[in-house]
Design a protein around this ligand. Structure first.
Ligand code: ADP
Ligand code: MG
Length: 353
């Protein structure tokens, strides 16, 4: 059994945040979440990452108290939350579409939870001003939601969610409705805001970049099961299996002889047991034909991307690899050119199973 408390640097026990132990949630008898166990220490951000339909929202709703558990426990600071209704958990929720009140100004939206609690008016005004500053919307107090961009609306929703100092913030795909450029920027802002506020947060998302930008820890869910969890960098560096590697943004997963050839080309010892190898999109570099320790191949196609030219290269006994020309390779290589592919060992993960 894991400890119910953690120890702070001065040796005192500190309450340990959110724990799920063997949580199962079924809809009409069919489980959407099975035997899920997780730990989110106070003050950290955990991203639950999984494809659509994998059970992420179900997990979040179970934590919020919106779905009854068929099995298992949800505890916060070691107190079991069974029977504790949604509004008594001290959690706040934020969704993809912010759900602002359209007829209320930004300031009144943010202050809404404080007014519900009958917070004295001057305190509310000061708190709202502080929250708007935190989310970078000073000067927006009197605007109506309809006059804001999508990203600004999500900042307002975040400020409102933080208004009552929730002991846990639950975020369901908070950036998914935004376009990619805005999503990337706001993901970084979201992390800074959560860290500045010292908020313990659980974020669910299907987007690996969002998960990595925001979270300290990642839990990967698939088909209702938590298949891997741990510190974000550790999960990213060592995905447990091929579907997890793909979800984490690896472009190619190889097995058998192809995996062995790539491992050798990267200077890693071939494994005695059957392994898979996952390659990050940045792992392969196109180099001149005949380069030692590179895989010989033939260019199948070349295309331009925002990050420069990329080539699809057919490598015998491996398959097609996607490679960016290394510095010094004259551009653009044409289909049919004989080339070689160098594999960066840092861009590769060995899969155990
Ligand atoms: P995600 O958020 O990862 O996309 P969900 O948790 O929403 O996944 O859904 C997980 C599974 O549970 C899906 O198969 C979905 O169809 C099903 N499901 C979700 N909510 C309900 C519900 N209220 N009634 C019946 N099935 C549901
Ligand atoms: Mg969902």
């Amino acid at each position: 059994m894991p400890d119910e408390t953690s120890t702070s640097p001065d040796g005192t026990a500190v309450p340990d945040g959110l724990r799920l132990g063997g949580v199962t949630v079924a809809y009409d008898g069919s489980p959407a979440l099975r035997d899920a166990s997780l730990h989110l220490p106070r003050g950290e951000v955990l991203a639950v990452l999984g494809p659509s339909g994998s059970g992420k929202s179900t997990l979040l709703r179970a934590v919020a108290g919106l779905e009854p558990l068929d099995d298992g426990t949800v505890t916060f600071d070691a107190a079991d939350l069974a029977g504790v209704p949604v509004h008594r958990r001290g959690f706040a929720l934020m969704f993809q579409d912010g759900q602002l009140f359209p007829h209320l100004s930004v300031a009144r939206n943010v202050g809404y939870p404080l007014r519900l609690r009958r917070t004295p008016r001057p305190d509310t005004a000061a708190r709202v001003a502080g929250l708007l500053e935190l989310v970078g919307l000073t000067g927006y107090a009197d605007r109506l939601p309809a006059t804001l961009s999508g990203g600004e609306r999500q900042r307002v929703a975040l400020a409102r969610a933080l208004a009552c100092d929730p002991r846990l913030l639950l975020l369901d795909e908070p950036l998914s409705a935004l376009d990619r450029h805005l999503r990337e920027r706001l993901a970084g802002d979201l992390r800074r805001i959560l860290v500045a506020a010292g908020t313990t947060a659980l974020l669910v998302t299907h987007d690996v970049d969002e998960a990595l930008a925001v979270a300290d820890r990642i839990a990967v869910v698939r088909d209702g099961r938590v298949v891997q969890s741990g510190p974000a960098a550790a999960v990213l560096a060592a995905p447990v299996d091929a579907p997890t590697a793909r979800l984490l943004g690896y472009g190619v997963v190889l097995d058998g002889d192809a995996a062995d050839r790539v491992l050798r080309a990267a200077g890693r010892p071939a494994s005695p047991t059957p392994v898979g190898v996952a390659l990050r999109r940045t792992a392969c570099r196109l180099v001149p034909a005949g380069t030692p320790d590179a895989l010989a191949g033939v260019v199948v196609a070349t295309r331009l991307t925002a990050a420069g030219a990329r080539c699809t290269v057919a490598v015998a006994d491996v398959g097609e690899l996607d490679a960016a020309p290394a510095d010094g390779v004259p551009e653009p290589p044409a289909a049919g050119d004989a080339v070689a592919v160098r594999v960066d060992p840092a861009g590769l993960a060995v899969l155990a199973g």
